[in-house]
Ligand binder design. Structure first.
Ligand code: HT7
Ligand code: ZN
Length: 876
């Protein structure tokens, strides 16, 4: 397969002035008639070039140029394109193709999900529908006519406004849609099927009425209220914070069960994985609700950051994705507990993006090359991309940042832009120099920052000596220093924030500062510091770096109790935990007698557990020990089973000391009541479930019964699933099989909950989980055809580190075998699911060899381009 390079970017040879598409729907032989008004790009100065249209898996029926039908000798057609060698400078091309939606298992282009026709065109799916210059910098207005059987497809949808509809003599019916906003082909959408529609409306800032419609299958008609409310909240929030209004008269969302990712922002017609639309308390957990709120907002926000201003090429993907993730994070922070949202976002970044940045697929936020663009919808593009823009917000302040975003949107409205365009607009609005900052777009890897502090009592000066470096990543052995905003404060002995005065300031001002680290080494001195302070650095995780400071455990415990920045309160606790757990790990590894957790840590943890004042969500997060993945990330040679053993040893230690307090906390908050998603209710449930899962590590019969009651009497899925997960881990108890059967029986007809059944069982912590997973693969409800189902079992399995990384290598064999099969049906999902296989380099030698063997075997086979790229790069 070929590698594509950013440096090879060329403007399109032909522009498209108008697209007309006629669809004659049929499950196995849909006919697509396309009429394109094209003209030579004026930047070619009249020098004619061949017209090359992208197309894959198409059956070509006919081609005409300016009304004259072409003979096969007049054009060239291969597996990936249709070329007209010397066309006129202005021409109308008419092309008829035939496609097979029913057998489209890759779920790209036009496919069927439960009998519903739907499309997924980003990034390169449109070329599987018809021949077209399928690249994001070719923008055109689309007019679409869809014809289908009214019995199978009563609903016929496409982008924009409905301009005509009717019934034909032969009984078929049609609908015509017109999208006035020129758009790239990746934003095209078509949906047709037997769907019901839930309606509402939104009045915009300028008092326009927008029709809001959510289309779902009949069985789901009662599960859309939360999605609709989230949409209205997102519309209002974007007006209030960014001053941006929706631009069409109607906004449609369709939910389908078979979808490769979360959702897709097609202009005016979003297509969603039903997981991110459907919710009611009995079927969706708190996290499902929060996911829906975030994804609905994310796709809506794309209307400006992605659709009105799109990307010039796919190397610029983070231009729309990083910015839109940041905006959905800001929105969710305003809707929920902002501190906990930030903690969750950082935890996610560390759990997935940091390992990516340290692994074989590490790439800059703006990559320089790719083999398969589908592989670059990564956590680096999305989440690190959002962190990069968040740093711009920190450097500019919210007001100027919003001004900069608005300037960027105004300047490039209706255009395809680059990351550089974005940075230039922010630089101008913020009146700052972002020369060094731009390195965030070109250099991969997570920077490491080391800080050493010194307090000089005689001069009352507190100095931070900061150094930064960045590890080598594939193709980038050496890095230049990054521009890092370090938000900080100093805590006095009573835990209050001290007023800050840098040596260069005239007077003290404020208790929180942004220090800008732009060199590999820099010092910052604060004067007038009357006592030895405790430094609180990187507040709110103001830069995506690994920070090392020689914190004493007492200082961490102090910050855990007093830091005014809630993120850093949590972070101090995490650092303490990491240090404790790594010490236990090393003791085990070296065969030393374990000292257990330190008293300082056990006491500090107990203080959090009995804190009656702080936000319960924050407390719940503070009580969680760092994940196994995060711990693995701190080690040079990883033994995942040892990590699990050590983490469980620590949990049992905490349980043995604090059992009574855990029971009290569980009792205090586990009152039933009407389900609500307000942050206090969510926080209490998190706390209760944290206590329950810890208590259930060593459950007596009484506790098992309580857990069973918790499961049976739960008024919502959040409570039910937490108890289910705890019981699933009670291997010796007959209750385990009882609830396993009960959950299945109750929810076997509800796919999203059957997914949870599979994933909860695959996340089990006991030794037999692996054999259970083997059995589940043969379960009649397991299928690789549905991405959610495949992820629910295989994704959960691969994240269950101690089970996946069995010492005998059978975990690797099992996953590789399933990926092989999946690759034949759906390469995009197969490649994504192969990520855990690529993390072999830092495993201990025996597992490393076993995993590598599987990869080498896979590499010899006939793989899709998607999987080939992942496997190949991971072996370099
Ligand atoms: N912009 C979308 C990215 C996407 C996608 C969505 C569904 C299926 C396949 C896909 N490939 C790329 C989703 C988003 O970021 O909003
Ligand atoms: Zn997106």
């Amino acid at each position: 397969p070929q590698t594509k390079y950013l440096k090879d970017y060329l403007t399109p040879a032909y522009l498209v002035d108008q697209v007309e598409l006629d669809f004659y729907l049929s499950p196995t032989a849909t006919q697509v008639a396309s009429t394109l008004a094209l003209r030579l790009n004026p930047d070619r100065n009249g020098v004619i070039e061949p017209l090359v249209l992208d197309g894959e898996h198409l059956q070509l029926v006919a081609v005409e140029v300016d009304g004259v039908s072409l003979e096969p000798a007049d054009y060239q057609c291969d597996d990936v394109s249709l070329t007209i060698p010397a066309p006129p400078a202005q021409l109308t091309v008419h092309i008829i193709t035939r496609i097979d939606p029913l057998n489209n298992t890759a779920l790209e282009g036009l496919y069927q999900s439960n009998g519903i026709f739907c499309t997924q065109c980003e990034p390169e799916g449109f070329r599987k529908i018809t021949y077209y210059p399928d690249r994001p910098d070719v923008l055109a207005p689309f007019r679409v006519r869809i014809e289908g059987e009214p019995a199978d497809c009563p609903v016929l949808l496409s982008n924009g406004n409905l301009v005509d509809q009717g019934v034909l003599d032969d009984g078929r019916h049609f609908a015509c849609w017109e999208d006035p906003f020129p758009k790239p082909s990746y934003l095209f959408a078509l949906v047709a099927g037997n769907l019901v529609c839930l309606e509402d409306h939104f009045i915009t800032l300028s008092e326009r009425r927008v029709l809001l419609q959510i289309f779902v299958e009949e069985r789901n008609r009662n599960d859309c209220d939360f999605a609709m409310e989230s949409l209205k909240k997102a519309m209002k929030w974007e007006e209030q914070v960014y001053g941006l209004e929706y631009d069409l008269d109607r906004y449609m969302i369709v939910a389908v069960d078979d979808f490769n990712m979360g959702a897709m922002e097609n202009k005016g017609l979003n297509v969603f994985n039903s997981k991110y639309v459907l919710a009611r308390p009995e079927t969706a957990t708190d996290n499902d609700y929060l996911g829906i709120e975030a994804v609905i907002a994310h796709e809506y926000f794309h209307n400006w950051t992605g659709n009105r201003v799109t990307c010039r090429d796919w190397f610029q993907l983070s231009l729309k994705e990083g910015l839109t993730v940041l905006r959905d994070q800001q929105f969710s922070a305003d809707m929920q507990s902002a501190a906990v949202k930030r903690i969750d976002d950082v935890a996610l970044l560390r759990q997935y993006q940091f390992p990516e940045d340290a692994g074989p697929m590490a790439h800059p936020v703006r990559p320089e090359s790719y083999v398969e663009i589908n592989n670059f919808y990564t956590t680096t593009i999305y989440n690190k991309g959002a962190e990069v823009i968040r740093m711009l917000e920190t450097l500019l302040g919210r007001e100027r940042f919003v001004e900069g975003v608005r300037l960027y949107l105004k300047r490039h409205d209706g255009q395809a832009a680059t990351c550089e365009d974005f940075v230039a607009a922010l630089e101008q609005a913020g009146e700052v120099d972002l020369t060094r900052f731009r390195r965030w777009y070109t250099q991969a890897g997570t920077p490491e920052v080391q800080v050493v502090c010194h307090y000089d009592c005689a001069t009352q000066t507190f100095t931070l000596d900061c150094q930064q470096s960045c590890p080598a990543t594939p193709g980038q052995p050496d890095k230049e220093p990054f521009h890092l905003p370090l938000v900080m404060g100093l805590l006095g002995h009573d835990g209050t924030d001290l007023a800050l005065q840098l040596a260069s300031d005239e007077a003290p001002g404020g208790t929180s500062r942004v220090l800008e680290l732009t060199q590999s080494r820099q010092q910052f001195s604060f004067v007038g510091v009357q006592e030895q302070p405790v430094l609180s650095l990187l507040r709110g995780f103001s830069a995506p770096v690994r920070l090392t400071m020689e914190d004493r455990p007492e200082d961490l415990a102090f910050r855990m109790a007093y830091d005014s920045d809630p993120f850093n309160r949590w972070e101090a606790g995490q650092q303490l935990s990491v240090a404790e757990l790594l010490q236990l790990y090393r003791q085990q590894l070296e065969g030393q007698l374990s000292t257990g957790l330190s008293q300082v840590f056990v006491d500090a943890w107990g203080v959090v557990l009995t804190d009656n004042e702080a936000d319960e969500s924050l407390l719940a997060r503070m009580l969680q020990l760092p994940s196994e993945q995060y711990l693995a990330d701190q080690l040079d040679e990883v033994d995942p089973q040892r990590i699990r053993a050590v983490r469980e040893q620590a949990l049992r230690h905490l349980l043995s000391v604090h059992r009574e307090k855990l029971l009290q906390c569980y009792d205090r908050y586990s009152s039933a009541g009407e389900y609500s998603l307000n942050p206090v209710a969510v926080g209490r449930r998190r706390l209760v479930h944290g206590c329950l899962s810890l208590l259930m590590l060593e459950p007596d019969e009484l506790l098992q019964d309580r857990c069973l009651r918790h499961y049976q009497q739960a008024g919502n899925m959040t409570d039910r699933l937490a108890a289910f997960a705890a019981l699933v881990d009670c291997r010796q108890s007959p209750l385990r099989d009882q609830v396993k059967e009960d959950f299945y029986r109750q929810w076997k007809h509800y796919p999203l909950l059957l997914d949870k059944w599979f994933s909860t069982l695959a996340s089990g912590r006991h030794e037999n989980t692996f054999f259970e997973i083997e059995r589940l693969l043969l379960h009649p409800d397991f299928t690789l055809s549905n991405p959610n189902r495949a992820r629910s079992l295989l994704g959960a399995f691969a994240q269950n580190l101690a089970v996946f990384h069995r010492q005998d290598g059978n975990g690797y064999r099992l996953l590789t075998e399933q990926i092989r099969r999946l690759d034949k049906r759906n390469p995009q999902v197969a490649a994504r699911m192969a990520t855990p296989l690529t993390r072999w380099k830092r495993l201990e030698p025996q597992r490393r060899a076993l995993l590598r063997e599987e990869l080498v075997a896979l590499q010899q086979e006939n793989l899709s381009r998607d999987l080939y790229e992942i496997v190949n790069k991971s072996l370099v």
